[in-house]
Design a protein around this ligand. Structure first.
Ligand SMILES: *Cc1c(COP(=O)(O)O)cnc(C)c1O
Length: 367
């Protein structure tokens, strides 16, 4: 039986946008132009303006976006890139796809994002970059990470796949570092209706390299001068994303409202730890993740009440077989190791009703 309150439900938001989405598809079909055309250009300009960056380049997905950013920076074979142990696997798969080695750093126990105080334990002579993740929609502590990077001559690349519209102060994530990456996987806060991604860049030389690499290394038509890949955002997805971008702030506000409902309903539940939002940090609640010492039993209990939940993510990445050869911070990642045993993602999406949030909360209270 599928849950009465699913962990996620895209159809609710899509239904509301249906007329605009239909019109956007029709516009592309009527034009008959499907790769690197006016829709991609229009979306790139609109999202660059939204973020406050100079350049945005649409690519095939968020994993490619990271690989392309690393390639454009000249990071590859023999280089190490530090990323958090608690993140989606593609963060580190993309580092390997670029030919470099991931080094897994520990997280902060309260925010779940990369702990700048733990970066020292990850350094080696081969370290070139730090790839922090705005996990669950909360910005990583970029100012502290950038300060560390400056001391050690490293570049910082934001993995903003979960951070569309998140901010530190009044600055959007994706604009905080020289280069940043986004995913438009359908479940992200800004989602396509298929795969999509982007690289945000401040400096024109670097933007030019990203443009060349994402389109077969072409420096001119049929001129292939650098090693590139084929990873392009297509016209239909770019048209879908223009519609979705119009709704992004309203959807993020709706998620924040639902987070407030949960905060109030769950505040006094014993043993339950709620998400935090540090001062000046603007959380966009891609996920609403709580923590409980008996996580698996709590999940089973909620399932009985027809409430869908998920775990993001069940293992620190170094415990995934594919990353057996990666390096781990000296002293390991004790906070990430503990978190993966206790975290649980509650239903969170703009269409979740107040009554549903109350049902989830009372089911948790009855545990
Ligand atoms: C979704 C995601 C990615 C990968 O994006 P795709 O578009 O699925 O390739 C990378 N990093 C993080 C943190 C993600 O959540």
């Amino acid at each position: 039986m599928s849950p009465t309150i699913p962990a996620n439900d895209l159809s609710r938001a899509i239904k509301k946008m249906r007329p605009q989405l239909d019109a956007a598809v029709a516009r592309v079909l009527d034009r008959g132009y499907f790769i690197l055309g006016p829709e991609v250009k229009a979306f790139e300009q609109a999202f660059a303006a939204y973020l406050g960056v100079n350049y945005l380049i649409g690519v095939g997905n968020g994993t490619d976006a990271i690989q392309i950013a690393l390639m454009a920076l000249g990071i590859g074979e023999g280089d190490e890139v530090i990323c958090p142990a608690l993140t989606a696997a593609p963060t580190a798969l993309a580092i390997m796809a670029a030919g470099a080695t991931p080094v897994f750093a520990d997280i902060d126990a309260q925010t779940y994002t990369l702990d700048p105080r733990k970066l020292d334990a990850c350094l080696s002579d081969s370290t070139r970059a730090i790839l922090p993740v705005h996990l669950y929609g909360l910005p990583a502590d970029i100012p502290a990470i950038q300060a560390f990077a400056d001391q050690h001559d490293l570049v910082v690349i934001e993995d903003a796949a979960q951070g569309h519209g998140a901010m530190i102060g009044d600055q959007k994530v994706g604009s905080l570092t020289p280069i940043a990456t986004f995913s438009f996987y359908p479940t992200k806060n800004l989602g396509a209706l298929g795969d999509g991604g982007a690289v945000a860049v401040q400096e024109d030389g670097l933007a030019e390299r990203v443009r060349q690499i994402h389109d077969l290394g072409q420096t001119g038509r049929y001129e292939h001068s650098v090693v590139g890949i084929n990873s392009r955002l297509d016209e239909i997805q770019a048209a879908m994303l223009q519609v979705q971008l119009e709704c992004l702030d309203a959807h993020n506000d709706a998620r924040r409202e639902r987070a407030l409902w949960y905060d109030e309903l769950l505040r006094s539940v014993p043993d339950l730890t709620l998400p935090v939002e540090p001062e000046d940090f603007h959380h966009i609640y891609h996920l609403y993740v709580v923590r409980h010492p008996h996580r698996d039993r709590l999940r089973a209990h909620l399932k009985q009440y027809g409430i869908g939940t998920d775990v993001h993510y069940p293992k620190p990445l170094q415990d995934q077989p594919v990353f057996a050869d990666a390096r781990v911070a000296e002293g390991g990642t004790p906070e990430a190791d503990r978190a993966v045993q206790e975290i649980i993602s509650l239903p969170m999406y703009p269409g979740l009703t107040q009554q549903e949030a109350e049902t989830v909360a009372s089911a948790i209270r009855s545990f």
